[in-house]
Design a protein around this ligand. Structure first.
Ligand SMILES: *Cc1c(COP(=O)(O)O)cnc(C)c1O
Length: 368
């Protein structure tokens, strides 16, 4: 039973975006595909199993242990790095499922060592360096020294990688350069101590800014799904997801009729109103009320009245021939028109990332 509201995920667009990015990287730079948060709304296991077969993808990045476990249960074989903080009680699962935790405290290294020993295995970890984002990571070179002392003393933990994260790589080259300089010092210290981990820093914005911060590997997130981190599209990337519904009711209303909760919108002329079975319960944000456009019959139509949980109304007066059941595009293209997640993000005062991953679980994903 397929709902008339669904998201179409174009897997070929994801592969196109990956090969475009990979072809612009230095030959020796590997690509980590970030598929946290349900692959930015595109489907964790679907995207993970697809890219497990893609030779351009060396590794996966997830935010939490549970996402890694789900990928392993789906049969994904490539290395999986947990980018966030792993809960102390999840280190056993990390070892059992061959996941790679990010570590930045002595306690985390000890937890990894204990779990690895208990399973008679070796666990690879990546050190996270805080170079200015001030979210997680080793805060200073002194704490890094102390952390490396712990690495010298453990047997079942392998220092396989070191990474940092940029705070403003889409907008502030000078601060990004400062972060990279601090990171380079940390990497130099790790090298002095005889370790040769995989070094990585760049997110989509840093990747698109050129090869300066490529190091051994880059971490590709939003741009894999077809979006530019700064919300400005240059056209080389293809958005991978469209969000579609179909007209469920049509009414011809006279001027002076209030529409939806609170009757915040009142018709000013005879108006043809289409109802669509999508609302904020599907991730079509309520703050877009009266601001967003929807494509019907190749025409941009204004959404009118308050967005309800499960339904919205749209002014379709200007659509030449409109019928019950007609396709309505919320994100994507129709005819010569298109609506991007960036367009909705600007109207909702957020970023494309949040628009894409707001599309809720009850919206079926169709893979093409
Ligand atoms: C989410 C995330 C990324 C990907 O960022 P994009 O801007 O989507 O490319 C990379 N690295 C870390 C640590 C992240 O948390």
């Amino acid at each position: 039973m397929l709902r008339s509201t669904y998201a179409v995920v174009h897997l070929d667009a994801i592969e196109h975006n990956i090969s475009y990015i990979k072809n612009n990287l230095p030959k020796s730079t590997d690509l980590l595909a970030v598929i946290k948060a349900n692959a930015y709304g595109h489907g964790l296991c679907e995207v993970g199993t697809l890219l497990d077969q893609n030779p351009d993808v060396a590794m996966f990045g997830v935010a939490i242990c549970e996402e890694g476990v789900r990928l392993r249960d789906a049969g994904v074989k490539k290395p999986i790095l947990i980018l966030g903080v792993t809960d102390p009680e999840h280190f056993d699962a990390v070892v059992e499922y061959d996941l790679i935790p990010a570590v930045f405290t002595k306690e985390q290294v000890s937890l990894a060592e204990n779990s690895a020993r208990a399973h008679n295995k070796t666990v690879s970890v990546h050190i996270k360096i805080d170079s200015g984002m001030h979210r997680i990571g080793v805060p200073s070179l002194d704490s890094l020294e102390e952390l490396l002392d712990v690495f010298d003393s453990v047997q079942n933990v392998r220092l396989a990688g070191v990474f940092t994260h940029f705070a403003k790589s889409e907008s502030d080259p000078a601060f990004t350069a400062l972060q990279a300089e601090r990171f380079d010092q940390a990497v130099a210290k790790i090298h002095q101590r005889g370790y040769r981990p995989v070094v990585h820093a760049a997110n989509s914005a840093a990747i698109l800014s050129g090869s300066r911060y490529s190091y051994d590997m880059v971490r590709l997130g939003i741009s894999m799904y077809g979006y530019y981190p700064d919300g400005v599209s240059s056209g080389a990337l293809s958005p991978a997801m469209s969000f579609v519904t179909h007209i469920s009711n049509l009414q011809n209303l006279p001027a002076g009729e209030g529409i939806s909760y609170g009757q915040k919108y009142v018709t000013t002329r005879p108006t043809t109103v289409a109802t669509l079975p999508v609302g904020y319960g599907d991730g079509y944000k309520r703050c877009l009320s009266g601001k967003a456009d929807v494509l019907i019959g190749g025409v941009r139509c204004r959404q009118i009245g308050t967005i309800c949980m499960d339904q919205i109304m749209v002014d379709v007066t200007n659509v030449p021939s409109v019928h019950l059941g007609d396709e309505a595009v919320l994100i994507g293209s129709q005819g010569s028109e298109s609506i991007t997640a960036d367009e909705l993000a600007e109207k909702a005062d957020t970023i494309s990332y949040e628009i894409l991953l707001s599309i809720s679980e009850r919206v079926p994903r169709i893979y093409r």
